[in-house]
Design a protein around this ligand. Structure first.
Ligand SMILES: [Zn+2]
Length: 374
């Protein structure tokens, strides 16, 4: 077995993909990887795409990362190896890069201590083809992103982040190779599904698990930040029992159908908010309207691909088009974390999957009882 180290390509800028003479290339997505910081941690939410221009399939057998600070000092070395009887690399579910094809790999080293000052990440991917092992190196220079808009949690009540954008969340796991022949981007990268729960953490009253009885159905949606409505839809049906099911095929020709009823807000600073799956007829704003943070604008519904749990899909992004923009990290202001019987006021903070927060605007607000409007 021979081992070859492929040339490292350092692109001026933030993320560098590396290409090897033997036809394996690895690129980083998005092109400007961001650091999202929370109270405890920093999260590196980006993907790799491995492309195999050769005629033989390649197998990813090891990933290693070295974190480096601004002065060049090594912060940490981590790896997923393929050598043990139960190899860590098996936690990357898809590891074969087909001949002439590509493979998306989510960054497996996604969470680091908040205090670590990462300037650079040196990745090494070991790839086996036939009897050869090639090493492809990739350099990533992530930049911390600080949300520009003063955002409030856009749902009123005891809000559960039903699905956020941590490593295990479905928003995080979109396969970006599906977009390769389009101008679509990973719009879901930092998205949230927000709904309401009661003190038990349940979505419905005991013994009554229907969409119409869930605490999220009809809950008040507010503008997350000041801005101008630049797009809105109010006439899409809710996918209640008996309604025609969501047509996945239709999304292929019109992605707006995925959103159902929705609102897009331009915050006039390069940030845009998308709020989706709103209740039919509940959207009280229209294109051109100015809105203020905390202003009531709609109710939660199950329009578009709203699923069986009524929720608000919310994402902050870098452009006006819901699908042709990259997602951005969003931090929220003036809310409470609800932890057991303790309410923790937060002046500004990050939320993610599993968090329960008081979404009422204003840090002094009481927890509203779950709303359940007919
Ligand atoms: Zn969602």
């Amino acid at each position: 077995m021979s081992r070859r180290v492929l040339a490292m390509v350092l692109l001026a800028g933030i993320a560098a993909g590396a290409a090897g003479a033997q036809g394996i290339a690895i690129t980083v997505h998005p092109s400007r990887p961001l650091i999202e910081r929370s109270d405890c941690c920093q999260f590196l939410n980006f993907d790799f795409v491995a492309t195999n221009a050769g005629a033989v399939p390649a197998e990813l057998i090891e990933i290693r990362v070295t974190g480096v600070d601004r002065r060049g000092g090594v912060l940490f070395v981590k790896r997923l190896h393929g050598q043990a009887r139960l190899p860590g690399i098996a936690t990357v579910p898809n590891r074969i890069v087909p001949a002439g094809g590509e493979l998306a790999v989510l960054n497996p080293f996604h969470t680091h201590d908040r205090s670590v000052q990462i300037a650079r990440l040196d990745y090494r991917f070991n790839v086996r083809r036939g009897g050869d092992v090639d090493t492809v190196t990739v350099v990533v220079r992530p930049l911390e992103y600080v949300t520009r808009t003063r955002l409030v949690v856009p749902v009123i009540g005891r809000v559960l982040v039903h699905d956020g954008h941590d490593f295990y969340a479905h928003h995080r796991r979109l396969d970006i190779t599906r977009f390769k022949d389009t101008d679509m981007k990973q719009f879901d990268r930092y998205a949230y599904d927000l709904t309401l729960v009661d003190e038990r953490g349940e979505l419905h009253p005991p013994g009554n698990p229907r969409i119409e009885t869930s605490f999220g159905w009809g809950a008040t949606v507010v503008a997350p930040g000041d801005g101008t409505i630049i797009d809105a839809e109010n006439g899409a049906i809710d996918r209640l029992p008996g309604a025609p099911p969501f047509d996945e095929a239709a999304v292929g020709t019109d992605y707006r159908q995925f959103l159902g009823n929705f609102v897009v807000i331009d915050h006039h600073n390069g940030e845009y908010s998308v709020l989706a799956h709103l209740r039919q007829g509940s959207v009280s704003v229209a294109r051109g309207d100015r809105v203020r943070a905390g202003q009531r604008i709609a109710q939660i519904g199950v329009s578009g691909e709203g699923g069986r749990v009524p929720h608000l899909h919310y994402q902050l992004q870098d452009g006006p088009d819901p699908f042709r923009s990259e997602g951005l990290p969003s931090s929220f202001t003036a809310f409470h974390r609800l932890r057991g019987t303790t309410r923790i006021p937060v002046a500004r903070g990050q939320i993610d999957t599993g968090d329960i927060v008081d979404g009422s605007p204003g840090s002094g607000a009481r927890v509203s009882p779950p709303r359940n409007q007919p």
